[in-house]
Design a protein around this ligand. Structure first.
Ligand SMILES: Cc1cc2nc3c(=O)[nH]c(=O)nc-3n(C[C@H](O)[C@H](O)[C@H](O)COP(=O)(O)O)c2cc1C
Length: 329
């Protein structure tokens, strides 16, 4: 019987399927179900500083409309709203740690540099096993170049690292001028893991009502290729662990990411498309595939087709269609 266990961020996981940050991981009850369904670990829904700010603005707006606002109540209300959301999040961590054996990884997305560290400290105190920093710089800001984005990233890492001891993973966007350079600097800054990639909200346009809509929230299997390319290129170049996120919908995709060098894969959309039984299906099929190929542990084949080991590194970097699409006429 194949051994599916793996190590991620210094944590021992019974298998390489981690349920990614999402609505699937936003309560203790759901996390218990995910453990029962066979997940190797969970990443909690992110605590968004922006959400706290929006909630504060909404509360103040409501109070202003009702003529309840005095300058001294404003400060008080801001603190109450902030503490409410933060307290709920910390209670979820503590509750989850009591309820399950699998590692519980918290996640934050902040705007102000001070919050990255204060949230991180609270989260560590609440008992999270690790922390994923959900970083997103949309490159639509033409004032901020690659250098500024790298500097901002390294500053956040340095601040968070100096304030907590639990392992840190950085979840980044696929939209970078130079992914390798960006990731190598993140690695050198001493993070324990890098998550490739975050998925941004997809806009759409309602052509009948002339309004902006939400596009595809969930990924599809065809989204795998981009992550696969970068996992294979990056995995041989960094010391930190590499987690594959985006487009992992079935066992074949999971195996491909492990062959490309990922330590673990995060899954979200496939659990929405199917249901939680997909986790057990994938671990059972992985085990069967390993037996068939006479692999006893994941270490026996992980990274075998990474860019460094594939014997054809140029293929991973091919971006033009050239001869591959020549027959598509
Ligand atoms: C409904 C939903 C909510 C999500 N919320 C978060 C979040 O709070 N923080 C985060 O880092 N990623 C969030 N994500 C992104 C996922 O963690 C994941 O990176 C993305 O869905 C790609 O993985 P997939 O192809 O397995 O879906 C969310 C995704 C979905 C579909």
């Amino acid at each position: 019987m194949a051994d599916l266990s793996t190590n991620y961020l210094g944590l021992q996981l019974k298998n390489p399927i981690v349920v990614g940050s999402s609505g699937l991981t936003d309560s203790v009850a759901k996390i218990k179900n995910l453990e029962a369904a066979g997940a190797g670990a969970v990443v909690l829904k992110s605590l968004f500083e922006e959400e706290i700010i929006m909630e504060m603005e909404e509360t103040i707006h409501t109070m202003t409309n009702r003529h309840f606002v005095f300058p001294e109540t404003m400060d008080y209300m801001q603190t109450v709203v902030k503490e409410d959301i933060l307290t709920n999040y910390l209670e979820m961590i503590t509750g989850a740690k009591k309820a399950v054996q699998i590692p519980v990884i918290a996640s934050i997305n902040c705007i102000s540099s001070q919050k990255w560290t204060s949230f991180a400290k609270e989260i560590e105190k609440a008992g999270a096993d690790a922390l994923e920093l959900n970083l997103f710089f949309l490159p639509s800001d033409n004032q901020r170049g690659e250098k500024e984005i790298i500097e901002a990233t390294l500053e956040i890492i340095a601040k968070v690292k100096s304030s907590i001891k639990i392992p840190i993973a950085l979840k980044i966007s696929p939209y970078q001028t130079n992914v390798i350079r960006y990731v190598e600097q993140i690695d050198q800054a001493g993070v324990e893991g890098i998550v490739l990639f975050n998925r941004s909200w997809m806009p759409d346009i309602d052509i009948h009502n002339f309004v902006l809509n939400s596009g595809f929230v969930l990924s599809s299997p065809s989204d795998l290729g981009n992550t696969l390319r970068w996992v294979s290129i990056i995995s041989g170049r960094v010391i930190c662990d590499v987690a594959a996120s985006t487009g992992v919908h079935d066992t074949a995709a999971l195996i491909k990411q492990l062959l490309a060098g990922a330590q673990i894969t995060q899954v979200v959309s496939t659990l929405y498309h199917n249901d939680l039984t997909q986790i057990r299906k994938m671990t059972d099929e992985l085990s069967k595939w390993m037996d068939e190929n006479e692999f006893e542990t994941i270490g026996d084949f992980r990274g075998r087709l990474s860019r460094a080991n594939s014997g054809n590194p140029a293929a991973w970097e091919r971006v033009q269609f050239m001869k591959h699409f020549r027959n598509f006429i």
